[in-house]
Design a protein around this ligand. Structure first.
Ligand code: BDR
Ligand code: CA
Length: 317
């Protein structure tokens, strides 16, 4: 019997999402049992098309794709980030249309069906706004009693945001949903900007990746230049931050990370700090709003060369 951990990846592909999905598919420690899609880097129509195409490229059309929410719980979609991910969400390479189709269930119901059919076995790996997970928790309030763990990319506990001075993009794209998810009754790991901005895939690493001779690495090599141009031109970086893949590295090699554990609330107000992930750090001082929440494992540091080597090794095939 396989001991691989069953994961559902909830995603808005997205260049770094594509990297994370392929990394997971190439990791025997993980069994990807579904992709669910959400708006974020692009509209849900675009991210769903991309999810289907990515699985075709990987030769894994056996994995179901369930289409998810098209907008946040309470506000309009903030819109695509074409300057980061391209108008197609894949670095403007404009993939052919997929030949496969989405599952009959929407993302929230797919997550509920999978988790309730295999209680305690499924880990959720959200790489985009947390709308689908929050919807699933609202439809089935006992859901997170049966989720093994949530390992999410999002948030910024002790550093500034990237979509606003306070807000990380995935959280700012649906703060109300994120606040619901941080109240889940299961272990939660937050791979936010605290650690992802310490993880740099350098230009030299990317050049190495471009030599890998397999379909998934070739696709990644074709989409990274658009992403790398953003990091070079806007942030002056010699490489790219590895956001979404951090969840996969943590799942397969947690020893490369350090963390602290504190309950989190998300600022859902309509002021400058909207979307901020607020960790309550003094146990005796916890406000009532934090008191009944499980501590979230907030990743704070990483052996970045080790995890970059790990990812490159898997993408090499
Ligand atoms: C997150 O926002 C998206 O642009 C990326 O795919 C990642 O999930 C980083 O803040
Ligand atoms: Ca993402």
């Amino acid at each position: 019997m396989s001991t691989a951990r069953k994961v559902i990846i909830d995603t808005d592909p997205g260049i770094d999402d594509a990297m994370a999905i392929f990394y997971a598919l190439e990791s025997p420690e993980l069994d990807v049992v579904g992709l669910t899609t959400v708006f974020g880097n692009a509209s849900t129509d675009v991210t769903t098309t991309n999810a289907l195409r990515l699985l075709e490229i990987a030769g894994r059309t056996d994995i179901p794709v369930a289409k998810g929410a098209v907008r946040p719980l309470t506000m309009p979609y903030r819109g695509p980030v074409e300057f980061v991910h391209g108008t197609d969400g894949q670095g403007n390479v404009f993939l052919d249309s997929p030949t496969t189709a989405v599952a009959s269930s929407d993302a929230a119901h797919f997550i509920i069906e999978m988790v309730m059919a295999d209680p305690g076995a499924i880990t959720l790996v959200p790489l985009g706004p947390l709308t689908n997970i929050a919807l699933a928790m609202s439809i089935e309030p006992s859901l997170t009693d049966h989720v093994a763990e949530i390992v999410l990319m999002g948030g910024a506990a002790f550093v500034g945001g990237n979509a606003s001075p306070a807000g990380e993009a995935n959280i700012l794209n649906d703060p109300e949903a994120a606040d619901i998810v941080f109240g889940a009754n299961c272990p939660i790991v937050m791979a936010g900007l605290d650690v992802t901005e310490k993880t740099l895939m350098t230009t030299a690493d990317i050049a190495r990746l471009a030599t890998f001779d397999n379909p998934t690495a070739r696709h990644v090599a074709s989409i990274i230049p658009h992403y790398a141009a953003f990091y070079r031109d806007r942030l002056g970086l010699d490489g790219i931050h590895v956001h979404d893949s951090t969840t996969i590295s943590y799942l397969i090699a947690p020893d490369h990370y350090t963390w602290v554990e504190h309950p989190i609330r998300v600022d859902c107000g309509h002021s400058f700090s909207r979307g901020k992930t607020l960790a309550s750090m003094r146990v005796s001082d916890h406000e009532e709003a934090w008191q009944r929440r499980r501590p979230v494992r907030i990743l704070t540091d990483v052996d970045d060369r080790a995890v970059i080597e790990l990812e490159l090794g898997r993408l090499a095939g």
